[in-house]
Design a binder for this molecule. Structure first.
Ligand code: EPZ
Length: 421
């Protein structure tokens, strides 16, 4: 299995182009199932997860034209050839579950494996299923599969989510665009990926308004048409490299990053002593070789501090001059990076959903591994700060969500390499 080695202590200087957002692209790709006409997506990141979604869509009948080096994917679902997403596919990538809503809306039925838990928590899908039931679908859970049917079509409904869920908001939108009548979604997630999904659906002829606010209104339409849409820049990738630049006392332009998408992070970085400025090209992040101040964070739904940047920020705080507290409020088990950071010499104690990080004078490189994508990249960031060589194993986690990670860091001077077995 491939691994990444990093020799720490080298400042990062240069520009990093920010790729299209994985977590947006996956839902936009699923949207192709809604229409018999082609959906052309630009700025699609070449990642293990997006490739995997393309394969799943192809197995459902979508014609996919997406050359290996291209960021433009052409997806055409003239006919739905299968309405089944098997366990093996949903187990490998939870976002596969997102084909359920579009299949149900377009074909009137679907059988999709329940995703099950994952390394960061139990992650149930009850809110997704309740939304489909409110739209008139019959849902049966049998042998680990969700069997959903709405043979005469879905009906518009008013759905108030009991708490904010990105996935449930998006999934309900994906189904409601083809429902008979109007749908109102309340207590919606406000992540920028949701506004991106609405923009794409509207380009396809859907009638979605309010995305990015608490209440989303959708007027159902009978069919959708051909469209072209560019995936938004990946705010988590941008935030990760902002933290990497801070960690490595760097000066990096995050090309294409949108400041407002990462404002919660940038405010915390400012408190830590990291400077940033916006320009038409993106966001520039700079840290002089001075001590980092300790900063507390609580993760929260957007516009709060993203859970997907928590591990990376924790890595940074390992070298702060004092004690910081990191509270995870979205997922119940998202501190698996803490023991690995400790192997590099960090001082972290975890108490339930709270981690206390006491900054240390130095981290020292070591072999490490992590169990999920963001945790893995937090170890890369720690490696940039550590003395000597850090080896991050299980690189396949990084391949799921960071396009050309090694190349992007190396182009800014990092001593980083990918090694095969
Ligand atoms: C999305 O997951 C992202 N994944 C996650 O990114 C991200 O961490 C998360 O949103 C929060 O921002 C994708 O977009 C593919 P939620 P999602 O529904 O939609 C609970 C990454 O590293 N919940 O907002 O699954 C759930 O267990 C990934 O790229 C229910 O209880 O997140 C969690 O505690 C990791 N029932 C909370 O809500 C439900 O039906 C928020 O989850 C749905 C969710």
């Amino acid at each position: 299995m491939d691994r990444i080695t990093i020799v720490g202590g080298v400042p990062l200087k240069g520009a990093i182009p920010i790729s299209g957002a994985k977590n947006s692209a996956l839902k936009l790709m699923a949207a192709s199932l809604l229409s018999a006409e082609p959906l052309t997506l630009e700025n699609v990141p070449q990642l293990a997860d997006t490739r995997f979604m393309a394969q799943l869509l192809a197995s459902l009948g979508v014609t996919v034209e997406w050359p290996r080096l291209s960021s433009t994917a052409y997806l055409e679902a003239k006919e739905i050839a299968s309405t089944i997403a098997p366990y093996d596919q949903v187990r490998k990538m939870r976002a596969s579950f997102n084909v359920l809503g579009p299949l149900l809306a377009r074909a009137g039925h679907a059988t999709v494996s329940l995703p099950g838990g994952c390394a960061i928590g139990a992650r149930p899908v009850d809110l997704h299923l309740k939304a489909f039931e409110a739209m008139g679908a019959d849902i049966l859970i049998e042998a680990g599969y969700v069997k959903a049917a709405a043979l005469r079509g879905l009906k518009g409904a008013t759905i108030a989510f009991p708490f904010v869920s990105v996935g449930a908001t998006e999934h309900a939108m994906l189904a409601a665009v083809l429902a008979h009548g109007d749908t109102e979604l309340r207590n919606c997630a406000k992540e920028p990926e949701i506004a991106d999904l609405a923009a794409c659906l509207n380009a396809m002829g859907a009638k979605v308004s309010g995305a990015g606010t608490d209440i989303i209104q959708i007027q159902g339409v009978s069919s959708l048409k051909a469209a072209r849409h560019a995936v938004m820049p990946d705010r988590i990738e941008a935030g990760t490299y902002a933290i990497a630049a801070a960690a490595a006392t760097g000066d990096v332009l995050l090309k294409g990053a949108q400041y407002e998408h990462i404002a919660a992070l940038m405010e915390k970085l400012k408190l830590a002593g990291v400077e940033s400025e916006t320009s038409p090209e993106g966001v520039r992040v700079r840290r002089a070789d001075a001590a980092l101040a300790p900063v507390d964070i609580d993760t929260d739904p957007y516009p709060g501090f993203p859970t997907d940047l928590q591990a990376q920020f924790m890595a940074l705080m390992c070298r702060a001059d004092g004690v910081s507290t990191i509270k995870e409020t979205i997922f119940e088990n998202r501190f698996m990076h803490a023991p690995e950071l400790t192997r590099l010499g960090a001082n972290i104690s975890v108490h339930g959903s709270e981690a206390v990080v006491t900054g240390v004078k130095a981290l020292v490189g070591a072999p490490v591994m992590a169990t999920d994508l963001r945790a893995s990249v937090s170890l890369v960031i720690a490696g940039l700060m550590a003395e000597g060589e850090t080896t991050v194993n299980r690189v396949y986690h990084l391949d799921r969500g960071f396009e050309r990670l090694v190349e992007k860091l190396a182009a800014c001077g990092a001593q980083v390499a990918r090694l095969g077995e």
